[in-house]
Design a protein around this ligand. Structure first.
Ligand code: ADP
Ligand code: MG
Length: 339
């Protein structure tokens, strides 16, 4: 049985620049399962609405084709159920179950990285479904080509259909999401309040919603109207802690981790491209996410001159516009650091 969240519908999904392509692709798949794009591969950072869109596909297919068997499952659950079935000698029923669906929605596929047995099982599930013209929708936190620990034959299948990315919402989209969410909670959110929350809670949509839930509860408890003043008061702590948290060390650590290198390498005098780009990104983030001055940033990167720092920042600024992958990496790091 499909375990679909009733709130995660297309109607409740706010369309913005960053998600309109993924949303349109999802709708096309829901309208014509296995005939539009198969598989549909959705990817994007935390809280971008991937799970929401998958559930929306499920609801829409169900509405059009009530007899369709829809299965929404996280890759983690798929893995756990497979392990249980192996242990209890029930692989046949496990296979029948997943190969007998009309639409398989599998979430957070990155979870099966490094899990060979699960990948093998999913490979066969995928083939069985695809061959019998059943729809597969996959969500991931990164594009197929970056799923390094997933075997090639599976990764290449993820690229058979359509790949759609979701980029973080812009300010206006965040405001619209907040207002829609407030509406569904029977609250009215004045625009100045929504703008305040959207521009101060800079992480992801989930955090945004957390701030909103807290605000509504707080105003209810204190018997107050939701005004800008009340919002500033209620969310002060929430926002302050967010700002305080980001340090240059944290940035260096996150960048090094992302590029599978050591923090010390970011500070050394190594000018190979593999080091220069991560270092420039780290400096760029230090400028944008902390209060540190250019000379201070230079110091924390092994004593670089402030003009080098300035040059690095300008370089990333420029390349973000031209290089989509780089832009996504920077966005992802920002998300990680903010959240
Ligand atoms: P992901 O799976 O990409 O991490 P989710 O689908 O769980 O993100 O979304 C996180 C929360 O944000 C959910 O409550 C979801 O409804 C909401 N959300 C994200 N994007 C949108 C959007 N465009 N419109 C409405 N709600 C959204
Ligand atoms: Mg999700």
């Amino acid at each position: 049985a499909a375990q679909l969240n009733p709130r995660y519908t297309f109607d409740n999904f706010v369309i913005g620049n960053g998600n309109q392509f993924a949303r349109a692709a999802s709708l096309a798949v829901a309208e014509r399962p296995s005939r539009a794009y198969n598989p549909l591969f959705l990817y994007g950072g935390v809280g971008m609405g991937k799970t929401h869109l998958m559930h929306a596909i499920g609801h829409e297919v169900k509405r059009r084709q009530p007899i369709y068997n829809i299965c929404y499952v996280s890759a983690e659950k798929f893995t756990n159920e497979m392990i249980n079935s192996l242990r209890n000698d029930r692989m046949t029923s496990f296979r029948d179950r997943f190969r007998g669906v009309d639409v398989l929605l599998i979430d957070d596929i990155q979870f099966i990285a490094q899990k060979e047995r699960t990948q093998e099982e999913f490979f066969h599930t995928f083939n069985a479904l695809h061959e019998s013209m059943k729809q597969i929708v996959i969500a991931s936190d990164r594009p197929p080509k970056e799923l390094a620990e997933i075997e090639d034959r599976l990764r290449s299948r993820f690229e058979w259909g359509l790949i759609a990315d979701i980029q973080p919402p812009d300010l206006e989209t965040k405001v619209a999401i907040l207002q829609k969410k407030a509406e569904s909670e029977q609250s009215v959110l004045p625009t100045d309040v929504a703008l305040f929350i959207a521009s101060n809670v800079r992480t992801n949509v989930r955090e945004l919603e957390g701030a909103l839930v807290r605000l509504i509860a707080w105003c209810n408890m204190n018997n107050m109207e939701i005004t800008l003043q009340a919002t500033q008061q209620c969310l002060k702590q929430f926002i302050d802690t967010q700002v305080r948290k980001i340090t240059i060390e944290a940035i260096q650590k996150a960048v090094a981790e992302n590029f599978a290198m050591r923090v010390s390498e970011l500070k050394q005098r190594n000018n190979s491209r593999a080091v220069v780009v991560p270092r420039q990104i780290a400096m760029y983030l230090a400028k944008h996410l902390t209060e540190a001055s250019l000379p201070e940033i230079g110091r924390q990167f092994g004593g670089k001159h402030h003009t080098t720092v300035m040059h690095s920042i300008a370089k990333i600024d420029e390349q973000r516009r031209a290089d989509k992958d780089l832009n996504r990496t920077v966005n992802k790091l920002q998300e990680i650091l903010n959240g």
